[in-house]
Ligand binder design. Structure first.
Ligand SMILES: [Zn+2]
Length: 320
């Protein structure tokens, strides 16, 4: 399967509203107590994210911050479009990004590499002299239905179908640190953050990207099995097809959130995938242990959003 030529993909650039980190801190600090018994929000110097417990491919989230939303669920359902294979390395050359490209986020993995559909947990740093590829994928074991996490070789920079990526130069700098413990409300960590920003910025599009640790507790997560041979026509079909798991901390999540789908770009408002050092990886839905759950996140604000290869028709399902 040929990889799509990044220079020929339709790409729409949208400037994002960029509030100060202090302003975002205030918005989040007011909202988190609505869903968590304990919480703190601070503007801090980003810790070195290459170190434990995050183990990302670059140290920070700074420099030329961009959200990239590529493809979408209509390339997966009702039936897969196998032509939709992208290369993150060349994509980053077509979105006015200079310097190192540090890309983290959630999507569908490079099915041609495994001859199977899979989840993508992107975590890669690409500079002219070096590629550091810490990306993982998650597959469903066809024998027993268990989760299989795998690393990708340095040269495998492809993904497929859809993704929500946060691109930066990976530089140190100021970020928003969010710590929350013991969930008392119905909204999970990311939903709480997204709704708070959406309520504050009703007319402007704001996007965040970054990483968070599910430090304690468990999470309800899914892994896509291989492509369905029968059409998936609604969320019920999709949920029957997906494999769901209760995965254990510590899980290292990466992804993006935006304050609105927008009228024209059919954005996915939040999308985070996790990898781990104990073999579990997948798509984050919720924590399942509200009494013991603990989250620690670092986020930065995107300056622009790039909508890449937007599907011609929106589906209205498959974005949970
Ligand atoms: Zn996902």
């Amino acid at each position: 399967m040929a990889t799509l030529d990044s220079s020929k993909l339709p790409i729409v650039r949208r400037a994002l509203h960029v509030p100060s980190l202090e302003e975002i801190k205030d918005v989040l600090a007011r909202a988190l107590p609505g869903n968590f018994a304990e919480s703190t929000v601070e503007v801090v110097d980003c810790p070195d994210l290459t170190q434990q417990p995050f183990t990302l491919a670059a140290p920070g989230l700074g420099g030329g911050t961009k959200l990239l939303e590529v493809g979408g669920p209509p390339f997966l359902t009702p039936l897969v479009n196998r032509e939709k294979v992208y290369d993150v390395k060349t994509l980053c050359q077509n979105v006015n990004h200079s310097g190192r490209a540090f890309v983290i986020g959630a999507g569908a993995g490079p099915w041609p590499h495994f001859n199977s559909n899979c989840e993508l947990i992107m975590n890669i740093s690409i500079s002219p002299s070096e590629v550091k590829n810490e990306t993982r994928i998650a597959l469903v074991d066809q024998k027993d239905g268990k989760c299989v996490q795998q690393s990708l070789p340095k040269t495998e920079t492809r993904f497929a179908l859809l993704s929500n990526l946060f691109l930066s130069e990976g530089k140190p700098g100021k970020v928003i640190k969010v710590h929350a413990k013991k969930r008392t409300g119905k909204d999970n960590f990311i939903t709480t953050i997204r709704k708070a920003l959406a309520a504050r910025y009703t007319k402007q599009l704001v996007g965040l990207g970054g990483t968070f640790l599910l430090k304690e507790g468990k999470a309800h997560q899914h892994i896509m099995p291989d492509f369905s041979i029968t059409p998936l026509n609604n969320d019920a079909d999709v949920n029957k097809w997906l494999n769901f798991y209760d995965m254990s901390a510590p899980l290292i999540m990466v992804g993006t959130l935006v304050t609105s789908e927008t009228d024209d770009l059919d954005l996915r408002v939040q999308h985070f995938h996790s990898f781990s050092h104990h073999g579990e990886a997948g798509h984050y839905h919720d924590d399942t242990t509200p009494d013991t759950v603990e989250y620690l996140g670092y986020f930065n604000v995107g300056e622009a959003l790039y909508r890449i290869d937007q599907p011609p028709v929106a589906l209205g399902y498959g974005k949970d």
